[in-house]
Design a protein around this ligand. Structure first.
Ligand SMILES: CC(=O)[C@@H](O)[C@H](O)COP(=O)(O)O
Ligand SMILES: NCC(=O)COP(=O)(O)O
Length: 262
């Protein structure tokens, strides 16, 4: 079993949310990106929303210029955003659905309905060296469509899992695990994110095949009390512990299956 260590993409959107609340120059997401990297983030995620409610174009440009790791730019499938990504060429572009009235990203991208536009965006972005990820719900049809449009990566939307209570949480977890398995079988790199926090992340990190988690709101919130570096370190520690627990469980179930064979 060959597994690489799970990666953490720290989403710094909500540093910008705080800045925009007062129209000040602080706190600066550029400073946050560099601190998160120093603390062990494997990449920096930021979402340039069309309504510019948090991240601004200036943030994307400056962070692209100073980052030592990878930028994962989340954006809608629009001509304006594709042209920006073609100019700045972030290592990763994650295509997401957007609604101006939503509080946060409510669901995954409908790759089936938007097939032609998404396929064209994937081609354009790949031609300038960006690795394209599609932010989708854990649905088999959407995963198959993601592969069909030529995206090498998917990010499974974990919002429904994060919000679910009681038995529903187990149902959402099983959907994510099944989706990760199917996508891995299809040769896609499988990331996940949205709504993950210090109390629900370990189980997600334990899912076989999960390559990277993108986490923002909970890390920035925790940073208020322990500082950004400590908040990143703590999150990464939980993710690695979760991945290790998942690997042990996989080995145990492999051994059990083979004991039955003898
Ligand atoms: C696509 C996604 O999940 C992230 O962009 C996250 O939603 C943070 O940004 P918002 O809080 O603006 O949705
Ligand atoms: N794509 C998910 C992401 O970047 C972070 O989402 P959240 O942790 O802020 O909910």
């Amino acid at each position: 079993m060959l597994t690489t260590r799970i990666q953490l993409g720290v989403n710094i959107d909500h540093i910008a949310t705080l800045r925009q609340a007062r129209g000040t120059r602080y706190p600066d997401p550029v400073q946050a990106a560099l601190l998160a990297e120093e603390a062990g983030a494997d990449g920096i995620t930021l979402h340039l929303r069309e309504d510019r409610r948090h991240i601004q174009e200036r943030d994307v440009e400056l962070i692209a210029a100073v980052l030592n790791t990878r930028m994962n730019l989340e954006m809608a499938v629009t001509e304006e955003m594709i042209a920006l990504a073609e100019r700045l060429r972030p290592a990763d572009v994650c295509l997401v659905p957007e609604k101006r009235e939503e509080l946060t990203t409510e669901g995954g991208l409908d790759v089936i309905a938007g097939r032609d536009a998404i396929a064209a965006a994937c081609r354009r972005l790949a031609s300038v060296g960006c690795r394209v990820s599609l932010f989708i719900d854990p649905e088999p049809d959407q995963i198959a469509a993601a592969q069909a449009v030529g995206a090498p990566v998917i990010e499974l939307h974990t919002g429904a899992y994060a919000e679910a209570q009681g038995d529903a949480r187990g149902v959402e977890y099983a959907r994510l695990a099944a989706a990760a398995e199917l996508a891995s079988e299809l040769g896609l790199v499988v990331n996940a994110g949205h709504g993950l926090h210090y109390h629900n992340v370990e189980a997600i990190a334990a899912i076989p095949g999960i390559h990277e988690l993108n986490i923002g709101h909970s890390i920035i919130a925790r940073a208020l009390f322990v500082g950004l570096k400590e908040a990143v370190v703590e999150m990464k520690r939980l993710m690695v512990a979760g991945q290790e627990a998942g690997l042990v469980a996989q080995l145990e179930s492999y051994d059990e299956d083979h004991d039955h064979d003898h």
